[in-house]
Design a protein around this ligand. Structure first.
Ligand code: FAD
Ligand code: NAP
Length: 520
Protein backbone atom coordinates (compact mmCIF):
# COMPACT_ATOMS: atom_id res chain seq x y z
CA UNK A 1 0.00 0.00 0.00
CA UNK A 2 1.20 3.53 -0.63
CA UNK A 3 2.58 5.28 2.36
CA UNK A 4 1.19 8.77 1.81
CA UNK A 5 3.21 11.35 3.72
CA UNK A 6 1.23 13.79 5.80
CA UNK A 7 3.53 16.74 5.12
CA UNK A 8 3.49 18.58 1.83
CA UNK A 9 5.13 16.62 -0.93
CA UNK A 10 7.85 16.85 -2.08
CA UNK A 11 9.47 17.47 1.29
CA UNK A 12 11.50 20.69 1.65
CA UNK A 13 14.88 19.05 1.03
CA UNK A 14 13.64 16.21 -1.09
CA UNK A 15 15.41 15.18 -4.26
CA UNK A 16 12.13 15.85 -5.91
CA UNK A 17 12.75 19.52 -5.32
CA UNK A 18 16.50 19.77 -5.72
CA UNK A 19 18.47 17.59 -8.06
CA UNK A 20 21.87 16.46 -6.89
CA UNK A 21 23.65 18.40 -9.59
CA UNK A 22 21.78 21.56 -8.68
CA UNK A 23 19.78 21.24 -11.88
CA UNK A 24 16.98 23.72 -11.83
CA UNK A 25 13.54 22.36 -11.29
CA UNK A 26 10.42 23.72 -12.78
CA UNK A 27 7.68 24.52 -10.29
CA UNK A 28 5.03 21.87 -10.69
CA UNK A 29 1.37 22.73 -10.79
CA UNK A 30 -0.86 21.84 -7.86
CA UNK A 31 -1.65 18.12 -7.98
CA UNK A 32 1.40 17.24 -10.07
CA UNK A 33 3.79 15.92 -7.41
CA UNK A 34 5.54 12.56 -7.62
CA UNK A 35 2.95 11.17 -5.25
CA UNK A 36 0.20 12.43 -7.58
CA UNK A 37 2.02 10.74 -10.45
CA UNK A 38 2.26 7.48 -8.54
CA UNK A 39 -1.43 7.70 -7.72
CA UNK A 40 -2.22 8.25 -11.38
CA UNK A 41 -0.10 5.27 -12.41
CA UNK A 42 -1.89 3.08 -9.87
CA UNK A 43 -5.32 4.30 -10.93
CA UNK A 44 -5.63 1.76 -13.71
CA UNK A 45 -5.96 4.57 -16.32
CA UNK A 46 -4.68 3.63 -19.76
CA UNK A 47 -1.65 5.93 -20.00
CA UNK A 48 -0.34 4.72 -23.34
CA UNK A 49 -3.61 4.63 -25.22
CA UNK A 50 -2.83 1.01 -26.13
CA UNK A 51 -5.06 -0.66 -23.53
CA UNK A 52 -2.17 -2.52 -21.91
CA UNK A 53 -0.87 -3.95 -25.19
CA UNK A 54 2.86 -3.79 -25.87
CA UNK A 55 3.98 -3.20 -29.43
CA UNK A 56 7.19 -3.29 -31.40
CA UNK A 57 8.15 0.23 -32.42
CA UNK A 58 10.08 0.98 -35.59
CA UNK A 59 12.34 4.02 -35.85
CA UNK A 60 9.94 5.56 -38.37
CA UNK A 61 7.05 5.13 -35.94
CA UNK A 62 9.02 6.57 -33.02
CA UNK A 63 9.88 9.69 -35.02
CA UNK A 64 6.19 10.43 -35.63
CA UNK A 65 5.48 10.83 -31.90
CA UNK A 66 7.32 14.07 -31.32
CA UNK A 67 4.69 16.49 -29.98
CA UNK A 68 3.85 17.40 -26.41
CA UNK A 69 0.49 15.67 -26.54
CA UNK A 70 1.93 12.68 -28.40
CA UNK A 71 5.48 12.19 -27.20
CA UNK A 72 7.31 8.86 -27.28
CA UNK A 73 10.88 8.45 -26.03
CA UNK A 74 13.13 5.42 -26.24
CA UNK A 75 15.31 4.56 -23.22
CA UNK A 76 17.58 1.50 -23.42
CA UNK A 77 15.49 -0.13 -26.13
CA UNK A 78 12.13 0.44 -24.45
CA UNK A 79 9.72 3.05 -25.74
CA UNK A 80 7.58 5.14 -23.36
CA UNK A 81 4.69 7.48 -24.07
CA UNK A 82 5.72 10.34 -21.79
CA UNK A 83 2.89 12.76 -22.68
CA UNK A 84 0.88 11.93 -19.55
CA UNK A 85 4.06 12.46 -17.50
CA UNK A 86 4.90 15.92 -18.95
CA UNK A 87 3.28 17.96 -16.21
CA UNK A 88 4.78 15.76 -13.50
CA UNK A 89 8.35 15.92 -14.79
CA UNK A 90 10.43 17.82 -12.23
CA UNK A 91 12.77 19.00 -15.00
CA UNK A 92 9.88 20.48 -16.96
CA UNK A 93 8.29 19.75 -20.28
CA UNK A 94 10.99 21.37 -22.42
CA UNK A 95 13.64 19.03 -21.08
CA UNK A 96 11.55 15.97 -21.91
CA UNK A 97 10.78 17.37 -25.36
CA UNK A 98 14.50 17.37 -26.18
CA UNK A 99 14.21 13.61 -26.61
CA UNK A 100 10.77 13.56 -28.25
CA UNK A 101 10.42 10.93 -30.94
CA UNK A 102 13.99 9.70 -30.50
CA UNK A 103 16.40 7.65 -28.42
CA UNK A 104 16.80 9.62 -25.19
CA UNK A 105 19.11 7.18 -23.41
CA UNK A 106 22.16 9.43 -23.45
CA UNK A 107 20.22 12.50 -22.39
CA UNK A 108 18.55 10.50 -19.68
CA UNK A 109 21.84 9.14 -18.39
CA UNK A 110 23.31 12.64 -18.18
CA UNK A 111 20.58 13.87 -15.88
CA UNK A 112 18.63 11.00 -14.35
CA UNK A 113 20.90 8.02 -13.96
CA UNK A 114 19.74 7.42 -10.41
CA UNK A 115 16.04 7.49 -11.28
CA UNK A 116 14.25 4.17 -11.39
CA UNK A 117 12.52 5.05 -14.63
CA UNK A 118 11.41 1.46 -15.30
CA UNK A 119 9.15 1.62 -12.32
CA UNK A 120 8.23 5.32 -12.59
CA UNK A 121 7.21 5.04 -16.23
CA UNK A 122 6.00 1.46 -16.06
CA UNK A 123 2.45 2.38 -17.05
CA UNK A 124 3.74 4.49 -19.97
CA UNK A 125 5.54 1.59 -21.64
CA UNK A 126 4.55 1.32 -25.29
CA UNK A 127 6.86 -1.57 -26.17
CA UNK A 128 10.34 -2.42 -27.41
CA UNK A 129 12.18 -0.97 -30.35
CA UNK A 130 11.83 -3.35 -33.26
CA UNK A 131 15.04 -5.16 -34.14
CA UNK A 132 16.52 -4.02 -37.41
CA UNK A 133 16.02 -6.76 -40.04
CA UNK A 134 19.74 -7.37 -40.29
CA UNK A 135 21.54 -7.87 -37.01
CA UNK A 136 24.96 -6.40 -36.68
CA UNK A 137 27.44 -9.13 -37.57
CA UNK A 138 28.54 -9.66 -34.02
CA UNK A 139 25.02 -9.61 -32.52
CA UNK A 140 25.03 -13.23 -31.39
CA UNK A 141 28.66 -13.01 -30.34
CA UNK A 142 27.91 -9.97 -28.27
CA UNK A 143 24.92 -11.63 -26.60
CA UNK A 144 27.03 -14.65 -25.77
CA UNK A 145 29.72 -12.56 -24.17
CA UNK A 146 27.26 -10.36 -22.30
CA UNK A 147 25.19 -13.11 -20.80
CA UNK A 148 27.71 -15.90 -20.71
CA UNK A 149 25.16 -17.74 -22.81
CA UNK A 150 25.58 -20.91 -24.74
CA UNK A 151 23.50 -21.78 -27.81
CA UNK A 152 20.02 -20.38 -27.81
CA UNK A 153 16.95 -21.48 -29.70
CA UNK A 154 15.04 -18.94 -31.72
CA UNK A 155 11.40 -19.64 -32.26
CA UNK A 156 9.00 -18.56 -34.90
CA UNK A 157 5.99 -16.71 -33.65
CA UNK A 158 2.63 -18.26 -34.36
CA UNK A 159 0.80 -15.03 -34.91
CA UNK A 160 -2.74 -15.01 -33.68
CA UNK A 161 -5.05 -13.40 -36.19
CA UNK A 162 -6.87 -11.47 -33.47
CA UNK A 163 -6.12 -10.73 -29.84
CA UNK A 164 -2.80 -10.00 -28.19
CA UNK A 165 0.44 -10.27 -30.12
CA UNK A 166 2.12 -13.63 -29.89
CA UNK A 167 4.66 -14.19 -27.12
CA UNK A 168 7.99 -15.84 -27.78
CA UNK A 169 10.57 -17.65 -25.71
CA UNK A 170 14.28 -18.01 -25.51
CA UNK A 171 16.69 -19.79 -23.21
CA UNK A 172 20.21 -19.48 -21.97
CA UNK A 173 22.45 -21.31 -19.56
CA UNK A 174 25.29 -20.98 -17.13
CA UNK A 175 27.29 -23.92 -15.74
CA UNK A 176 24.60 -24.78 -13.22
CA UNK A 177 21.40 -23.10 -14.39
CA UNK A 178 19.10 -23.05 -17.40
CA UNK A 179 16.86 -20.01 -17.71
CA UNK A 180 13.81 -20.07 -19.95
CA UNK A 181 12.59 -16.58 -20.77
CA UNK A 182 9.06 -15.95 -22.00
CA UNK A 183 8.48 -12.56 -23.60
CA UNK A 184 4.75 -12.01 -23.23
CA UNK A 185 4.69 -8.56 -24.87
CA UNK A 186 2.00 -7.63 -22.37
CA UNK A 187 1.77 -5.71 -19.14
CA UNK A 188 -0.28 -7.01 -16.21
CA UNK A 189 1.65 -10.24 -16.13
CA UNK A 190 1.88 -11.71 -12.63
CA UNK A 191 3.14 -14.85 -10.99
CA UNK A 192 -0.33 -16.31 -11.43
CA UNK A 193 -0.19 -15.78 -15.21
CA UNK A 194 2.17 -18.73 -15.65
CA UNK A 195 1.68 -22.35 -14.67
CA UNK A 196 4.68 -24.65 -14.74
CA UNK A 197 4.67 -28.44 -14.48
CA UNK A 198 7.76 -30.57 -14.67
CA UNK A 199 7.35 -34.37 -14.56
CA UNK A 200 10.07 -36.80 -15.56
CA UNK A 201 11.64 -35.14 -18.59
CA UNK A 202 8.49 -33.27 -19.64
CA UNK A 203 8.54 -29.54 -19.04
CA UNK A 204 5.38 -27.52 -19.57
CA UNK A 205 4.92 -23.77 -19.01
CA UNK A 206 1.53 -22.31 -19.90
CA UNK A 207 1.22 -18.54 -19.86
CA UNK A 208 -2.26 -17.07 -19.83
CA UNK A 209 -2.57 -13.76 -21.62
CA UNK A 210 -6.09 -12.40 -21.64
CA UNK A 211 -8.17 -15.16 -23.25
CA UNK A 212 -5.15 -16.80 -24.88
CA UNK A 213 -2.71 -19.44 -23.81
CA UNK A 214 0.97 -19.60 -24.80
CA UNK A 215 2.64 -22.95 -24.26
CA UNK A 216 6.28 -23.94 -23.96
CA UNK A 217 6.23 -27.73 -23.90
CA UNK A 218 9.41 -29.74 -24.32
CA UNK A 219 11.03 -32.99 -23.29
CA UNK A 220 14.14 -31.58 -21.65
CA UNK A 221 17.42 -32.76 -23.08
CA UNK A 222 18.99 -33.24 -19.62
CA UNK A 223 17.87 -33.86 -16.07
CA UNK A 224 17.11 -31.00 -13.71
CA UNK A 225 16.64 -30.73 -9.96
CA UNK A 226 13.19 -30.72 -8.39
CA UNK A 227 13.01 -27.08 -7.39
CA UNK A 228 12.96 -24.17 -9.80
CA UNK A 229 12.06 -20.52 -9.49
CA UNK A 230 9.68 -18.35 -11.46
CA UNK A 231 10.30 -14.62 -11.71
CA UNK A 232 8.20 -11.99 -13.41
CA UNK A 233 9.48 -8.64 -14.64
CA UNK A 234 6.06 -7.02 -14.77
CA UNK A 235 6.89 -3.78 -16.51
CA UNK A 236 8.35 -5.50 -19.55
CA UNK A 237 6.10 -8.53 -19.42
CA UNK A 238 8.99 -10.98 -19.11
CA UNK A 239 8.80 -14.31 -17.28
CA UNK A 240 11.95 -16.15 -16.27
CA UNK A 241 11.91 -19.78 -15.20
CA UNK A 242 15.22 -20.72 -13.64
CA UNK A 243 15.96 -24.45 -13.66
CA UNK A 244 18.84 -26.07 -11.79
CA UNK A 245 20.87 -28.58 -13.77
CA UNK A 246 21.47 -31.96 -12.18
CA UNK A 247 24.92 -32.07 -13.76
CA UNK A 248 27.07 -29.15 -14.72
CA UNK A 249 27.28 -30.03 -18.38
CA UNK A 250 26.62 -27.78 -21.29
CA UNK A 251 23.23 -28.34 -23.01
CA UNK A 252 23.26 -28.31 -26.81
CA UNK A 253 19.52 -27.72 -26.97
CA UNK A 254 16.71 -27.16 -24.50
CA UNK A 255 14.91 -30.33 -25.53
CA UNK A 256 12.49 -31.83 -28.01
CA UNK A 257 9.18 -30.15 -28.79
CA UNK A 258 6.09 -31.83 -27.36
CA UNK A 259 2.42 -31.41 -28.21
CA UNK A 260 1.42 -27.79 -28.93
CA UNK A 261 4.88 -26.50 -28.13
CA UNK A 262 5.26 -22.79 -28.88
CA UNK A 263 1.57 -22.42 -29.69
CA UNK A 264 -0.52 -19.37 -28.90
CA UNK A 265 -4.17 -20.18 -29.10
CA UNK A 266 -7.46 -19.04 -27.57
CA UNK A 267 -7.77 -20.57 -24.12
CA UNK A 268 -11.15 -21.99 -25.01
CA UNK A 269 -9.44 -24.12 -27.67
CA UNK A 270 -6.99 -25.71 -25.24
CA UNK A 271 -7.77 -28.80 -23.19
CA UNK A 272 -7.66 -28.59 -19.42
CA UNK A 273 -4.35 -29.74 -18.01
CA UNK A 274 -4.43 -31.69 -14.71
CA UNK A 275 -1.84 -32.65 -12.14
CA UNK A 276 -2.28 -35.11 -9.26
CA UNK A 277 -2.42 -33.45 -5.85
CA UNK A 278 -2.25 -35.16 -2.49
CA UNK A 279 -4.83 -34.69 0.23
CA UNK A 280 -2.90 -33.45 3.26
CA UNK A 281 -5.71 -32.46 5.61
CA UNK A 282 -9.48 -32.35 5.95
CA UNK A 283 -11.19 -30.36 8.69
CA UNK A 284 -14.86 -29.97 9.63
CA UNK A 285 -16.10 -26.41 9.18
CA UNK A 286 -19.85 -26.95 9.59
CA UNK A 287 -21.95 -30.10 9.95
CA UNK A 288 -21.67 -30.72 6.18
CA UNK A 289 -18.84 -28.51 4.91
CA UNK A 290 -15.12 -29.29 5.16
CA UNK A 291 -11.87 -27.49 4.51
CA UNK A 292 -9.74 -29.67 2.24
CA UNK A 293 -6.04 -28.98 1.83
CA UNK A 294 -4.33 -30.37 -1.25
CA UNK A 295 -0.61 -30.32 -1.91
CA UNK A 296 0.70 -29.66 -5.39
CA UNK A 297 3.23 -32.15 -6.71
CA UNK A 298 6.91 -31.13 -6.54
CA UNK A 299 8.16 -29.11 -9.53
CA UNK A 300 4.89 -27.26 -9.97
CA UNK A 301 4.17 -23.56 -10.03
CA UNK A 302 0.44 -22.87 -9.85
CA UNK A 303 -1.33 -19.97 -8.17
CA UNK A 304 -5.06 -19.71 -8.68
CA UNK A 305 -6.00 -16.08 -9.44
CA UNK A 306 -8.55 -14.32 -7.24
CA UNK A 307 -12.12 -15.13 -8.32
CA UNK A 308 -11.17 -18.15 -10.43
CA UNK A 309 -11.99 -21.81 -9.93
CA UNK A 310 -10.36 -25.11 -10.85
CA UNK A 311 -11.80 -28.51 -11.71
CA UNK A 312 -11.26 -31.50 -9.45
CA UNK A 313 -11.19 -34.88 -11.16
CA UNK A 314 -11.65 -38.29 -9.59
CA UNK A 315 -12.20 -41.70 -11.09
CA UNK A 316 -15.63 -42.82 -9.95
CA UNK A 317 -16.64 -46.30 -10.88
CA UNK A 318 -14.08 -46.33 -13.66
CA UNK A 319 -15.04 -42.96 -15.13
CA UNK A 320 -13.18 -39.72 -14.64
CA UNK A 321 -15.67 -37.29 -13.06
CA UNK A 322 -14.98 -33.59 -12.98
CA UNK A 323 -16.60 -30.82 -10.87
CA UNK A 324 -15.64 -27.16 -10.38
CA UNK A 325 -14.45 -25.82 -7.00
CA UNK A 326 -13.18 -22.42 -5.94
CA UNK A 327 -9.94 -22.30 -3.94
CA UNK A 328 -10.02 -20.25 -0.75
CA UNK A 329 -7.39 -19.10 1.76
CA UNK A 330 -6.77 -21.32 4.77
CA UNK A 331 -8.56 -18.70 6.87
CA UNK A 332 -9.93 -15.18 6.53
CA UNK A 333 -6.89 -13.90 8.35
CA UNK A 334 -4.17 -15.28 6.09
CA UNK A 335 -2.87 -12.07 4.65
CA UNK A 336 -2.26 -11.57 0.98
CA UNK A 337 1.47 -11.60 0.51
CA UNK A 338 3.65 -11.59 -2.52
CA UNK A 339 4.40 -15.28 -2.94
CA UNK A 340 7.96 -16.05 -1.98
CA UNK A 341 10.04 -19.02 -2.97
CA UNK A 342 9.59 -21.91 -2.54
CA UNK A 343 6.40 -21.71 -4.52
CA UNK A 344 3.10 -21.91 -2.69
CA UNK A 345 2.34 -25.59 -2.60
CA UNK A 346 -1.03 -25.87 -0.85
CA UNK A 347 -4.51 -25.25 -2.25
CA UNK A 348 -7.49 -25.00 0.10
CA UNK A 349 -11.14 -25.72 -0.68
CA UNK A 350 -14.34 -25.34 1.32
CA UNK A 351 -16.52 -28.15 0.06
CA UNK A 352 -20.04 -29.08 1.08
CA UNK A 353 -20.66 -32.81 1.14
CA UNK A 354 -24.09 -33.76 -0.25
CA UNK A 355 -24.95 -37.26 1.04
CA UNK A 356 -27.04 -37.86 -2.08
CA UNK A 357 -24.56 -36.13 -4.37
CA UNK A 358 -22.41 -37.82 -6.96
CA UNK A 359 -18.95 -36.35 -6.52
CA UNK A 360 -18.68 -34.99 -2.98
CA UNK A 361 -19.30 -38.29 -1.12
CA UNK A 362 -16.39 -39.78 -3.14
CA UNK A 363 -14.22 -36.81 -2.29
CA UNK A 364 -15.14 -37.24 1.35
CA UNK A 365 -14.03 -40.88 1.18
CA UNK A 366 -10.46 -39.90 0.30
CA UNK A 367 -7.87 -40.67 2.97
CA UNK A 368 -4.97 -38.40 3.86
CA UNK A 369 -2.26 -39.19 1.32
CA UNK A 370 -4.74 -40.05 -1.46
CA UNK A 371 -4.65 -38.19 -4.77
CA UNK A 372 -7.11 -36.02 -6.69
CA UNK A 373 -6.39 -34.30 -9.99
CA UNK A 374 -6.55 -30.51 -10.11
CA UNK A 375 -6.91 -28.54 -13.36
CA UNK A 376 -5.48 -25.21 -14.43
CA UNK A 377 -7.60 -22.25 -13.28
CA UNK A 378 -10.59 -20.93 -15.21
CA UNK A 379 -12.99 -18.05 -14.75
CA UNK A 380 -13.85 -14.60 -15.97
CA UNK A 381 -13.34 -12.51 -12.88
CA UNK A 382 -10.78 -9.81 -13.66
CA UNK A 383 -8.88 -8.44 -10.73
CA UNK A 384 -8.77 -4.95 -12.26
CA UNK A 385 -12.53 -4.78 -11.55
CA UNK A 386 -11.44 -4.09 -7.98
CA UNK A 387 -9.11 -1.20 -8.81
CA UNK A 388 -10.17 2.16 -7.40
CA UNK A 389 -13.18 0.54 -5.83
CA UNK A 390 -14.90 2.39 -3.00
CA UNK A 391 -17.72 0.03 -2.08
CA UNK A 392 -17.68 -3.73 -2.51
CA UNK A 393 -20.89 -5.67 -1.89
CA UNK A 394 -20.85 -9.46 -1.70
CA UNK A 395 -24.06 -11.47 -1.96
CA UNK A 396 -23.40 -15.14 -1.21
CA UNK A 397 -25.66 -18.12 -0.64
CA UNK A 398 -24.33 -21.36 0.90
CA UNK A 399 -21.01 -22.41 -0.67
CA UNK A 400 -21.45 -19.44 -3.02
CA UNK A 401 -19.35 -17.86 -0.27
CA UNK A 402 -16.20 -19.55 -1.64
CA UNK A 403 -15.26 -17.06 -4.41
CA UNK A 404 -15.92 -14.22 -1.97
CA UNK A 405 -13.12 -15.36 0.34
CA UNK A 406 -10.21 -14.36 -1.88
CA UNK A 407 -12.03 -11.34 -3.31
CA UNK A 408 -12.67 -10.07 0.22
CA UNK A 409 -9.14 -10.78 1.35
CA UNK A 410 -7.59 -9.18 -1.75
CA UNK A 411 -9.79 -6.07 -1.57
CA UNK A 412 -9.09 -5.42 2.10
CA UNK A 413 -5.36 -5.86 1.60
CA UNK A 414 -4.68 -4.34 -1.79
CA UNK A 415 -7.23 -1.66 -2.65
CA UNK A 416 -6.33 1.62 -0.94
CA UNK A 417 -9.47 3.37 -2.21
CA UNK A 418 -11.73 0.83 -0.52
CA UNK A 419 -14.21 2.38 1.90
CA UNK A 420 -16.55 -0.48 2.70
CA UNK A 421 -16.96 -4.21 2.07
CA UNK A 422 -20.35 -5.60 2.98
CA UNK A 423 -21.23 -9.27 2.83
CA UNK A 424 -24.83 -10.46 2.89
CA UNK A 425 -24.64 -14.19 3.51
CA UNK A 426 -27.77 -16.32 2.87
CA UNK A 427 -28.09 -19.72 4.54
CA UNK A 428 -30.82 -22.04 5.76
CA UNK A 429 -29.88 -22.15 9.45
CA UNK A 430 -27.21 -20.81 11.79
CA UNK A 431 -25.47 -24.20 11.65
CA UNK A 432 -24.97 -23.79 7.91
CA UNK A 433 -22.97 -20.56 8.15
CA UNK A 434 -19.40 -21.14 6.99
CA UNK A 435 -16.68 -19.43 9.06
CA UNK A 436 -19.23 -17.43 11.07
CA UNK A 437 -16.92 -16.64 13.96
CA UNK A 438 -14.09 -15.66 11.61
CA UNK A 439 -16.44 -13.32 9.75
CA UNK A 440 -17.57 -11.73 12.99
CA UNK A 441 -13.98 -11.37 14.18
CA UNK A 442 -12.98 -9.77 10.90
CA UNK A 443 -15.86 -7.28 11.14
CA UNK A 444 -14.71 -6.43 14.65
CA UNK A 445 -11.07 -6.07 13.61
CA UNK A 446 -11.54 -4.17 10.34
CA UNK A 447 -14.15 -1.43 10.45
CA UNK A 448 -14.37 -1.37 6.66
CA UNK A 449 -15.96 -4.83 6.75
CA UNK A 450 -19.56 -5.60 7.69
CA UNK A 451 -21.40 -8.89 7.56
CA UNK A 452 -25.11 -9.61 7.69
CA UNK A 453 -26.57 -13.12 7.89
CA UNK A 454 -29.95 -13.91 6.37
CA UNK A 455 -31.55 -17.26 7.19
CA UNK A 456 -34.31 -18.98 5.23
CA UNK A 457 -35.14 -21.59 7.89
CA UNK A 458 -34.05 -20.13 11.24
CA UNK A 459 -34.95 -21.42 14.69
CA UNK A 460 -37.24 -19.31 16.88
CA UNK A 461 -34.19 -17.90 18.72
CA UNK A 462 -32.82 -16.18 15.60
CA UNK A 463 -33.17 -12.42 15.92
CA UNK A 464 -31.38 -11.51 12.68
CA UNK A 465 -32.72 -11.11 9.16
CA UNK A 466 -34.72 -13.92 7.60
CA UNK A 467 -36.11 -14.86 4.23
CA UNK A 468 -34.73 -14.94 0.71
CA UNK A 469 -32.94 -12.49 -1.52
CA UNK A 470 -35.45 -9.70 -2.29
CA UNK A 471 -35.56 -6.15 -3.68
CA UNK A 472 -36.39 -4.83 -0.20
CA UNK A 473 -33.37 -6.52 1.40
CA UNK A 474 -31.08 -5.40 -1.41
CA UNK A 475 -32.13 -1.77 -1.58
CA UNK A 476 -31.60 -1.40 2.14
CA UNK A 477 -28.22 -3.17 2.01
CA UNK A 478 -26.70 -1.66 -1.13
CA UNK A 479 -26.23 1.94 -0.12
CA UNK A 480 -23.68 3.64 -2.36
CA UNK A 481 -21.85 6.65 -0.96
CA UNK A 482 -22.60 8.91 -3.92
CA UNK A 483 -23.91 8.59 -7.47
CA UNK A 484 -20.36 8.58 -8.79
CA UNK A 485 -18.68 6.27 -6.27
CA UNK A 486 -17.14 3.15 -7.79
CA UNK A 487 -19.10 0.11 -6.70
CA UNK A 488 -18.87 -3.62 -7.43
CA UNK A 489 -21.47 -6.19 -6.44
CA UNK A 490 -20.44 -9.86 -6.54
CA UNK A 491 -23.06 -12.59 -6.47
CA UNK A 492 -22.77 -16.33 -6.04
CA UNK A 493 -25.01 -19.17 -4.97
CA UNK A 494 -27.52 -21.65 -6.39
CA UNK A 495 -28.24 -20.68 -10.02
CA UNK A 496 -31.81 -19.41 -9.37
CA UNK A 497 -30.50 -17.30 -6.48
CA UNK A 498 -27.89 -15.72 -8.74
CA UNK A 499 -30.33 -15.18 -11.60
CA UNK A 500 -32.98 -13.59 -9.39
CA UNK A 501 -30.32 -11.46 -7.71
CA UNK A 502 -29.05 -10.21 -11.09
CA UNK A 503 -32.51 -9.19 -12.15
CA UNK A 504 -33.14 -7.36 -8.88
CA UNK A 505 -29.84 -5.49 -9.20
CA UNK A 506 -30.66 -4.36 -12.74
CA UNK A 507 -34.06 -3.19 -11.50
CA UNK A 508 -32.26 -1.23 -8.80
CA UNK A 509 -30.36 0.54 -11.61
CA UNK A 510 -26.92 -0.94 -11.05
CA UNK A 511 -25.09 -1.13 -14.37
CA UNK A 512 -23.66 -4.31 -15.92
CA UNK A 513 -20.13 -3.15 -15.09
CA UNK A 514 -21.08 -2.89 -11.44
CA UNK A 515 -22.19 -6.51 -11.15
CA UNK A 516 -20.18 -9.72 -11.31
CA UNK A 517 -21.91 -13.06 -11.00
CA UNK A 518 -19.85 -16.19 -10.46
CA UNK A 519 -21.06 -19.02 -12.64
CA UNK A 520 -19.49 -22.11 -14.21
P1 FAD B 1 -24.72 -33.54 -7.18
O1 FAD B 1 -24.76 -34.92 -7.64
O2 FAD B 1 -24.58 -32.49 -8.19
O3 FAD B 1 -25.96 -33.25 -6.26
C1 FAD B 1 -26.08 -32.06 -5.46
C2 FAD B 1 -27.41 -32.09 -4.72
O4 FAD B 1 -28.46 -31.98 -5.65
C3 FAD B 1 -27.66 -33.38 -3.93
O5 FAD B 1 -28.33 -33.09 -2.75
C4 FAD B 1 -28.50 -34.18 -4.87
O6 FAD B 1 -29.33 -35.07 -4.18
C5 FAD B 1 -29.30 -33.09 -5.55
N1 FAD B 1 -29.67 -33.46 -6.92
C6 FAD B 1 -28.86 -33.90 -7.88
N2 FAD B 1 -29.55 -34.08 -9.01
C7 FAD B 1 -30.83 -33.77 -8.73
C8 FAD B 1 -32.03 -33.75 -9.46
N3 FAD B 1 -32.06 -34.12 -10.73
N4 FAD B 1 -33.14 -33.36 -8.85
C9 FAD B 1 -33.13 -32.98 -7.56
N5 FAD B 1 -32.04 -32.97 -6.82
C10 FAD B 1 -30.90 -33.36 -7.40
N6 FAD B 1 -19.16 -26.37 -4.20
C11 FAD B 1 -18.47 -26.34 -3.02
O7 FAD B 1 -18.87 -27.03 -2.06
N7 FAD B 1 -17.35 -25.57 -2.89
C12 FAD B 1 -16.87 -24.82 -3.92
O8 FAD B 1 -15.85 -24.15 -3.77
C13 FAD B 1 -17.58 -24.83 -5.16
N8 FAD B 1 -17.16 -24.08 -6.22
C14 FAD B 1 -17.88 -24.11 -7.37
C15 FAD B 1 -17.45 -23.32 -8.46
C16 FAD B 1 -18.19 -23.29 -9.62
C17 FAD B 1 -17.71 -22.44 -10.77
C18 FAD B 1 -19.37 -24.03 -9.71
C19 FAD B 1 -20.20 -23.99 -10.95
C20 FAD B 1 -19.79 -24.85 -8.66
C21 FAD B 1 -19.04 -24.90 -7.49
N9 FAD B 1 -19.42 -25.72 -6.44
C22 FAD B 1 -18.74 -25.66 -5.25
C23 FAD B 1 -20.46 -26.75 -6.61
C24 FAD B 1 -19.80 -28.08 -7.04
O9 FAD B 1 -19.24 -27.94 -8.33
C25 FAD B 1 -20.79 -29.26 -7.11
O10 FAD B 1 -21.89 -28.88 -7.88
C26 FAD B 1 -21.23 -29.72 -5.74
O11 FAD B 1 -20.10 -30.10 -4.98
C27 FAD B 1 -22.19 -30.88 -5.82
O12 FAD B 1 -21.56 -31.97 -6.41
P2 FAD B 1 -22.08 -33.49 -6.19
O13 FAD B 1 -21.69 -34.22 -7.42
O14 FAD B 1 -21.61 -34.02 -4.90
O15 FAD B 1 -23.62 -33.34 -6.07
P1 NAP C 1 -28.09 -23.95 0.00
O1 NAP C 1 -27.65 -24.23 1.38
O2 NAP C 1 -29.01 -24.90 -0.66
O3 NAP C 1 -28.75 -22.51 -0.13
C1 NAP C 1 -28.19 -21.38 0.50
C2 NAP C 1 -29.30 -20.36 0.73
O4 NAP C 1 -29.82 -19.94 -0.53
C3 NAP C 1 -30.46 -20.94 1.51
O5 NAP C 1 -30.96 -19.97 2.36
C4 NAP C 1 -31.44 -21.27 0.43
O6 NAP C 1 -32.77 -21.28 0.88
C5 NAP C 1 -31.23 -20.13 -0.52
N1 NAP C 1 -31.72 -20.43 -1.83
C6 NAP C 1 -31.65 -21.61 -2.49
N2 NAP C 1 -32.24 -21.49 -3.68
C7 NAP C 1 -32.71 -20.23 -3.76
C8 NAP C 1 -33.43 -19.53 -4.73
N3 NAP C 1 -33.81 -20.08 -5.85
N4 NAP C 1 -33.75 -18.25 -4.49
C9 NAP C 1 -33.40 -17.68 -3.34
N5 NAP C 1 -32.74 -18.31 -2.39
C10 NAP C 1 -32.38 -19.57 -2.59
O7 NAP C 1 -26.81 -23.73 -0.91
P2 NAP C 1 -25.64 -24.74 -1.19
O8 NAP C 1 -26.12 -26.15 -1.12
O9 NAP C 1 -24.47 -24.38 -0.36
O10 NAP C 1 -25.32 -24.48 -2.71
C11 NAP C 1 -24.55 -23.42 -3.15
C12 NAP C 1 -24.65 -23.26 -4.65
O11 NAP C 1 -23.65 -22.33 -5.04
C13 NAP C 1 -24.45 -24.51 -5.45
O12 NAP C 1 -25.44 -24.54 -6.44
C14 NAP C 1 -23.09 -24.30 -6.13
O13 NAP C 1 -23.03 -24.90 -7.39
C15 NAP C 1 -23.02 -22.81 -6.22
N6 NAP C 1 -21.63 -22.33 -6.25
C16 NAP C 1 -21.22 -21.69 -7.37
C17 NAP C 1 -19.94 -21.22 -7.45
C18 NAP C 1 -19.48 -20.49 -8.69
O14 NAP C 1 -18.42 -19.94 -8.77
N7 NAP C 1 -20.25 -20.42 -9.70
C19 NAP C 1 -19.07 -21.36 -6.39
C20 NAP C 1 -19.53 -22.03 -5.24
C21 NAP C 1 -20.82 -22.51 -5.18
P3 NAP C 1 -33.63 -22.66 1.09
O15 NAP C 1 -32.73 -23.80 0.79
O16 NAP C 1 -34.11 -22.66 2.51
O17 NAP C 1 -34.75 -22.57 0.14
Amino acid sequence: MLNVPSQSFPGPSSQQRVASGGRSKVPLKQGRSLMDWIRLTKSGKDLTGLKGRLIEVTEEELKKHNKKDDCWICIRGFVYNVSPYMEYHPGGEDELMRAAGSDGTDLFDQVHRWVNYESMLKECLVGRMAMKPAFPKDYHEEKKVLNGMLPQSQVTDTLAKEGPSSPSYDWFQTDSLVTIVIYTKQKDINLDSVIVDHRDDSFRAETVIKDYSYLVHVALSHEIQEDFSVLVVENVGKIEIVLKKKENTSWKCLGHPQENHNSFIPKKDTGLFYRKCQLVSKEDVTHDTKLFCLMLPPSTHLEVPVGQHVYLRLPITGTEIVKPYTPVCDSLFSEFKEPVLPNNIYIYFLIKIYPAGFFTPELDQLQIGDYVSVSNPEGNFIISQLQELEDLFLLAAGTGFTPMVKVLNYALTNIPSLRKVKLMFFNKTEDDIIWRSQLEKLAFKDKRFEVEFVLSAPTSEWSGKQGYISPALLSEFLKRRSDTSKVLICLCGPTPFTEQGMKMLHDLNFSKDEIHSFTA
